[in-house]
Structure formats: C-alpha cells, structure tokens
Design a protein around this ligand. Structure first.
Ligand SMILES: *Cc1c(COP(=O)(O)O)cnc(C)c1O
Length: 425
C-alpha cells in the first residue's frame, strides 16, 4: 500500500486486491481443494515453505481475504477465522495453554465464555481463576502462578458493559510475562484497537457487529505480533513441533508464530473452520462497519438519555452517559463511541421486565445482538440462565436487567416503541 489507509477505507477495500480481469468483489471460492502440477511445489506448501492453499479446513481464498481485512483493521500481523466466536476463544487459549496449567480471566464475561472456562477448560485440566476486574493491579497480580499462561478480558463486557482498564490489565500481563488476550466483540476494530493499549491477542465473535445483519456465525483471532514467546514459558512456540515435522514456530514465522501455529496445528486438528460462504457475508458486513458503528453508538446514547429521564426506569447503564462508573474509561479507550449495547432496569423487577418485552412492537426479542435491527433480551432467564445466583452476581446480571442492542433504525421510532411499551406496563 502506498499509503496507510484509515479504518474507514480498510472496511471498504481492505483484504482483497483483484488482478486484471478478476472479479471486483471478493469471490466465494466454494472449493475444498486446490490444483497443483508439481508434487515438489505442493510438498513445499505442506512444509509451509511456500504460501498457497491446500485444503479448505486450513485456508481458503475467500476466508483469507476476510482474515487479512480484520488483521489490517486491528493493526495485527495476521488473523485466523473460525467457525464461531466460541471456537476463536477456545483456540486462542489452547494455542498457549495445556492441561495442568492456569489462566486468569475477568469475571465480567459473556455467559458462553464463562461456561467454556469454568466447565470445558476445567475438564481439559486447565484451571481458571475469575477475578473481579475492579481489583487493584497488585491484587490481580497476586493470583498469578508459575503455570499461569494468559490474562483474558473483554473490552466492553457482555452484558455488564464494564469498560476494560487496559493499562491495569496489560501491566499485570507484562509482570506475569504472559500474553494479554482481549475479546473485542462489542466495540469491533472500528471503535477500539486493543493492540494500541497493550493487548497481545484479540478475538472477536464476528457473529455480532462484524456481520451486522444476523446472517452468519463466525469468529476471528488476531495476532498483535507484539509478545516475546521465547521467555521460557511458551515452549510449544519455540521447540520443534513433532506434529509438524519439527518446525519451530518462532524461528520460521517470527512475529507471526502464534497465529501460524493456531492455524496449522489447532485448526488442522480441531477443524472448527469458517465456511467460505459465511466468510463472504462477514466480509460484506465489514464493508459498512464504520458507518454502522457510528450510528449504533449515536442511537444508543440517545436512547440511554431518554430512558434515564423516564419515571418507570430504575437505572440505565451506558458507558458514555455522564455519571456512569465507566465514563472515564470509555472516554479514554472508546473515543468514537461505545457500540449499541445498553442495559437498563425497570421498576418492578423481573415481572415488569417481562411485561415490557411483550409490549414491544418494532423492537424484537432475540438472543442475538449487534445487528442492524434493535432487539432486547432478558439475560437472567436466557443467556445467563445456567449460572448460579452467585455467578449471576459476579457477572453483574440482575433480575430486572433488560439488555438492548440498539439498531440503526430511526431513533425517533425506537424511542416511540419504548415509550409506548413503558406506558402500557
Ligand atoms: C457472542 C459472543 C461470543 C461467542 O461468539 P459466538 O459467535 O456466538 O460463538 C464471545 N464473546 C462475546 C463478547 C460475545 O458477545
């Protein structure tokens, strides 16, 4: 590139550069396989000496274009698309952590991540300590062990909307000499780039705003290329990999060691690959990400202000509201906006919350979030249903909480629907 384009431009044009006579739009390469003539050339591709696609479980041109665009948007050295956000989270951890080892995670997490960590990772022999993100640097540090392998948190937590204190968390990770993994699903690379604030690995559920239209489940891992794996703690990236004819990832791939290993070892073995068709749709979504994230953020702030002034509303949580406990962190790390996610409580608790949701017309009840249409959800009876009362409290999910994913419709119509439903209850 002759110029370092800004993210607005990368959203539209990043990742795919057609040659003369090739399709202008990233084509859907619906092919599992690729043709070669020279067996030695193919052997070199298998040995990772030559670049090229061999099998669509490992890589595919449509998916590569999407990965390249997301890597550019985050300012990373490479990306790996996965079948879902959950697969991205799992691979991001398993790439550097195995049975008998330990990770530290913020307790303010997406419910699915919480169960993945507390149940499935535990079964795999990986111990997870959940910490209150409001603890001091020193307190978080005190949970570090010799076998701690990563620190994990969300930029804006789902659904508590806690804004991550990047400075504090990245200091802890540096002191523990472990990578800092950030789930950047809510802000997307348009509203926040965690690598600027000390993150080493970023993951996304691409299912949400990256898709933006609720068509496809997908995930992506981005490598910041900014962690020294050769510090004595991450032998799997340094020592020869017997499952890949003795390759040393850091010797062969330098700053891309982590993301190459995730692909050729874990995606190869676990097979949680994205489909080319879903990748095409996700890429199409990203082409308008910059416009959508601005509108989502603008509408959410307006709705938050409206709800704040309503007598039937007990509380409103949106980090960009003056007086919100996350206001300063939001202004520090999320200058362009805080996405369309807000939560609020209705006076009268769970009963009134459910009545309110039933009265909505334009706004629909869905599990999903982050698409163009405004939607609501009652977390305590749905996404966070499997959590115990103590775990609910840890995740800051109250019984009166309604989560709103504010869409990009006209804000007048969104407010009207809320107003009418509030009147009826
Ligand atoms: C939805 C979500 C995930 C999981 O992603 P899927 O694509 O549903 O597997 C992970 N993290 C956050 C913050 C999410 O909102």
């Amino acid at each position: 590139m002759s110029r370092n384009y800004i993210n607005d431009t990368i959203c539209v044009q990043g990742g795919y550069k057609p040659k003369v006579g090739e399709p202008r739009i990233t084509p859907i390469v619906q092919s599992t396989t690729y043709k070669y003539e020279d067996p030695n050339h193919l052997a070199d591709i298998f040995d990772l000496k030559e670049e090229g696609h061999m099998y669509s479980r490992i890589s595919n041109p449509t998916i590569s274009a999407f990965e390249e665009k997301i890597a550019q948007l985050e300012g990373g050295v490479g990306a790996l698309a996965t079948a879902s956000g959950q697969a991205a989270t799992l691979i991001s951890i398993l790439n550097i952590c195995k049975s008998g080892e330990h990770i530290i995670a913020s307790s303010n997490l997406y419910g699915g991540t919480h169960t993945l960590f507390s149940t499935t990772l535990k079964k795999m022999g990986i111990d997870v300590t959940f910490i209150d993100p409001n603890l001091s640097e020193k307190e978080i540090l005190s949970y570090g062990r010799n076998n701690t392998k990563t620190l994990f948190a969300e930029t804006i937590s789902n659904p508590s909307l806690n804004v991550l204190d990047f400075e504090k968390f990245s200091n802890v990770a540096k002191k523990l000499e472990v990578p800092f993994i950030v789930d950047n699903t809510f802000p997307t690379p348009y509203l926040c780039n965690p690598f600027k604030y000390g993150a080493n690995i970023v993951i996304h559920s691409a299912t949400k705003y990256i898709d933006g239209h609720a068509t496809s489940v997908g995930g992506v891992i981005v490598d910041g290329g900014n962690f020294n794996w050769d510090n004595g703690k991450f032998n799997e990236l340094v020592d020869p990999d017997p499952s890949y004819h003795g390759i040393s990832y850091i010797k062969e791939f330098k700053e891309q060691a982590y993301i190459v290993k995730a692909r050729v070892q874990l995606l190869r073995d676990m097979g949680s690959s994205l489909s080319p068709f879903n990748s095409f749709l996700l890429n199409l979504g990203v082409e308008t990400l910059h416009l959508r994230m601005e509108k989502h953020s603008e509408n959410a702030l307006k709705l938050a202000k409206y709800l704040e002034s309503h007598p039937k509303v007990a509380w409103v949580n949106y980090p960009k509201l003056k007086g919100n406990i996350n206001y300063e962190l939001a202004n520090k790390y999320l200058k362009k906006g805080c996405s369309g996610m807000l939560t609020f409580g209705i006076k009268g608790g769970k009963k009134k919350a459910i009545e309110f949701i039933e009265e909505l017309e334009l706004v629909s009840l869905v599990i999903h979030l982050g698409d163009a249409r405004t939607s609501v959800l009652h977390p305590a009876t749905t996404t966070h249903r499997q959590l115990s009362k103590a775990q609910l409290e840890e995740s800051l999910v109250t019984e009166d909480m309604i989560r709103v994913s504010v869409g990009i419709e006209g804000i007048e119509d969104i407010v009207y629907d809320f107003e009418r439903a509030l009147e009826k209850i």
